[in-house]
Design a binder for this molecule. Structure first.
Ligand SMILES: [Zn+2]
Length: 427
């Protein structure tokens, strides 16, 4: 006797064809037809093998042999549709889902992360070795087992017998830019530890220092930056060129903003180098398509020249800025900011005080665009000169807001309590 439940549960005969109409999913149809073949004699074991084989073949077709044994998270989305025969409904199609998953997986293995130097010893860009340990350090090359080495810029220049090292210590703080070739930075690195790896290949770098920056606590610190030209590969094997800007800072975005505000000439030099590298990258991609006789290596010889231009622009930009700031009053303001700040506080009116909503500091806007920055506790952080346009920009964006009488009086009381002697955070 037949099991009655199987009759009552049986679905009504289907009247529509089991295939989707061609206008809806012409692309999917061939893949669906392939599926049912595997099902009749499938055991869990054979199904597993089939899945492994499918993923492996797809991976190898896309990227070649897997470089490591990092597991691939595979979440496929599909429905099992009962019918005659039963079928699997993948949406999006299986090929597409697999391709997306594998591409994301491979991109996560990529060795390039902006602002970090790849560490071949840990096989990672996000280990502790990938960034300088202090603001004054630059990348000084790889050690034999592929771990990045960091060195104070002054010490590094000494090691290189660069005579400009004493300029770093002059009273008005000269800035030095120096270019180094990739092979120089990799000469101690051993081959099994990434010396000729194309996943993260350092072509060369320009180091720049020291820039005077105001730290989180209001103290001045000396910042050095390593600008690196790095070659890497996309999952499809195309050459990528990056300008890796490496510097020490807890909050990278915040540091970049301060740097751009204080040193516009760095931003301009950096953009130009980035644009030239991007242009070269495009030429390399076209080369691959056309299959012309020119070798990528030949094009890549332009990279040192791009770095050389970057070095010149950084050095020149700094000198031009020096010339512009020779104006006596600005210079006094730069040299003894605390005296100037306190003198301006004496003569300030209430409408000269503003609250910086982003930094949560108090701004005193003095004469001729000279501004003084204080913490709310009355510590003098820094002074700078700002043009009319930039000033209006800050009001318009709501970054600077007027202070009301109470806020202003309470701030002035705090300042008076500190006295002019002990309130500097920058001296
Ligand atoms: Zn490491």
């Amino acid at each position: 006797m037949r099991d009655p439940s199987s009759d009552t549960q049986a679905p009504p005969p289907r009247t529509e064809p089991s295939q989707t109409p061609p206008n809806k999913a012409a692309k999917r149809r061939p893949r669906r037809r392939r599926k049912p073949k595997a099902t009749p004699a499938a055991t869990p074991q054979s199904l597993e093998n089939l899945l492994i084989e499918t993923v492996r073949a797809k991976y190898q077709a896309m990227f070649g042999k897997a470089a490591n044994d990092i597991p691939i998270d595979l979440n496929l989305s599909f429905q099992v549709v009962p019918g005659d025969p039963w079928r699997l409904d993948f949406d999006p199609p299986l090929e597409e889902q697999l391709g997306d998953v594998l591409e994301q997986h491979e991109a996560r293995q990529s060795c390039f992360t902006q602002g970090r130097v790849y560490c071949f010893q840990c096989d990672a860009a996000d280990c502790d070795h990938g960034v300088p340990g202090s603001p004054s350090e630059v990348f000084a090359g790889y050690d034999p087992v592929g771990q990045p080495r960091w060195c104070d810029m002054a010490q590094f220049l000494l090691d290189l017998k660069d005579e400009r090292v004493d300029q770093l210590y002059r009273e008005n703080g000269q800035v030095v830019a120096r270019q180094l070739a990739g092979h120089h930075l990799k000469n101690r690195q051993l081959s099994p530890f990434g010396k000729s790896s194309k996943r993260f290949s350092l072509i060369g770098q320009v180091i720049l220092g020291y820039l005077s920056m105001v730290g989180h606590g209001g103290e001045r610190e000396r910042l050095a930056i390593s600008f690196q030209a790095v070659e890497s590969r996309t999952p499809q094997g195309l050459i990528r060129l990056h300008l890796n800007v490496v510097m020490h800072g807890e909050d990278r975005d915040e540091l970049e903003t301060r740097l751009e505000e204080q040193y516009g000439w760095i931003r301009r030099a950096r953009r130009q180098a980035e644009e030239r590298l991007a242009g070269l990258e495009q030429q390399l991609a076209q080369l691959k398509k056309k299959g012309s006789g020119v070798k990528p290596r030949q094009l890549l010889r332009q990279v040192p020249e791009i770095l050389q231009q970057l070095r010149q622009q950084l050095q020149q930009g700094y000198r031009q800025r020096q010339r512009r700031t020779k104006h006596a009053e600005e210079r006094r303001a730069l040299l003894r900011p605390i005296d100037k700040a306190m003198a301006d506080v004496e003569t300030a009116r209430m409408e000269d005080f503003f609250f910086d909503t982003r930094e949560e500091t108090v701004i005193l806007r003095g004469r001729r665009g000279r501004c003084h920055v204080f913490t709310q506790a009355g510590k003098h952080v820094t002074s700078f000169v700002i043009g009319e346009n930039a000033t209006h920009g800050r009001f318009r964006r709501g970054r600077w807001e007027p202070m009301d009488q109470n806020q202003c009086e309470s701030f002035l009381t705090t300042l008076a309590r500190l006295g002019s002697g002990g309130s500097s955070a920058s001296g």
